[in-house]
Ligand binder design. Sequence first.
Ligand code: NDP
Ligand code: HSE
Length: 440
Amino acid sequence: MGKPSVRIGLLGLGTVGTGVARILTTHRDELDRKAGTRLELARVAVKDAKKAREVDLPPGLLTEDALGVIKDPSIDLVVELIGGIHPARLLVLEAIKARKHVVTANKALLAEHWSEIVSAARSAGVEVYFEAAVGGGIPIIQSLSEGLAANRIEAIYGIVNGTSNYILTRMDKDKKTFAEALKEAQKKGYAEADPALDVGGGDAAHKLVVLSSLAFDTAVPFGRVHVEGIEELTPQDFAYAREEFGYVVKLLAIAKREEDGLEVRVHPTLLPETHLLADVEGAYNAIFVVGDAVGSAMFYGLGAGQMPTASAVVSDVLYVARSIAYDVAGRAGWGPFGDIPSSAPALPIRPIADLTCRYYLRLSVLDHPGVLAAIAHLLGEHGVSIAAVVQKERAKGDRVPLVILTYEAKERDMRHALEKIEALPAVKGKTMLLRVERGE
Ligand code: NDP
Ligand code: HSE
């Protein structure tokens, strides 16, 4: 017979916390049966206890003293849903120190303080679960740490930011500009008032650190992820990519094992329109995983929102509660971390200059004799071979977009060639450079 109840201390009752409280109170009997113990929402810490709430809680549950919840000896499990680094980092570390098992959805905290949290959890012998940190309701963390554990993961390609995927979908389908599509995303409640982390690629990079650290059994430093956002894309890039070359443009979070290390990068990417990820539209997320035994597998669903995210949090709560109830929590590992960082040798992170891939270039050039030849010459001189060129007859003025698709080349060589190309008097403004991936 296990422990009759597991007492939960919830930190944060905002979008996700409210969803969690709702599931814990409405699905009570089923959850208790699945956990083999009673899941008791014992304390809920918020910033402002006087604020009106969207969920009915028994009186006396709310407090503004998050540290008090952590230190309460009757609390078995702390669920951190405050978000951000401060005070979430200190609270999570305090919870671990107090030997409380932790569930969190905080991808920023995990990505920026992965090693600190992993080693604190290891020394305290507590479990830290974070299913909701990537892909909202998609069970990708359990899938990587358990369902696909037999595999040596070769690559991960993720559409892990719903806001930017929504914007890219509108730019592609409705020919909207970035600014118009962003405004629409904000109106529909997808994008934050300050959407910099979403459209700049930072949020996807946080999620990539979590995914790749787990999948490749190494601690990927956040600062080593190459990050580019979607702000510079224009509707014409979508039109050229799709109509001329058969590609879609997606913000991909990519982690790939190469012989000499790991590639970790987030950037807008041309992906064949026949690829499964190409059909992931709007605010949906998907993670495409390549393992040596399983082959390719794709996980698809809602990457954000109150109830999808709460679904992932509560599944973690249930999992840990069951372990606590039967007194096995922390005995066979530290949650999805496994034994990281004890025995696995750290994988070197490859600099972006070492990347080899195909490229899409959109240049703005003067429509004069010899311009195309000069650009082709500079590319050739740097070992970059042209696969296709599109230049439409000019309608007005003397500038035209010149779009080039290359064969595979080293990024270092491509950058050197571009520097020289952009110095040509006939080349105007900055070139749009996008990487092309086959996603396999
Ligand atoms: P919200 O901003 O909606 O909620 C934050 C909550 O934290 C509020 O209830 C706030 O209290 C409380 N809070 C803030 N400071 C303190 C403090 N010092 N002590 C106690 N409570 C405090 O955040 P979300 O619910 O959107 O996000 C929570 C986490 O989930 C984040 O890590 C986020 O990245 C992650 N996540 C969110 C998703 C989403 O769709 N929203 C999707 C996936 C992950 P009060 O209510 O009084 O202001
Ligand atoms: N801002 C994030 C997104 C929320 O758009 O996907 C989920 O992490």
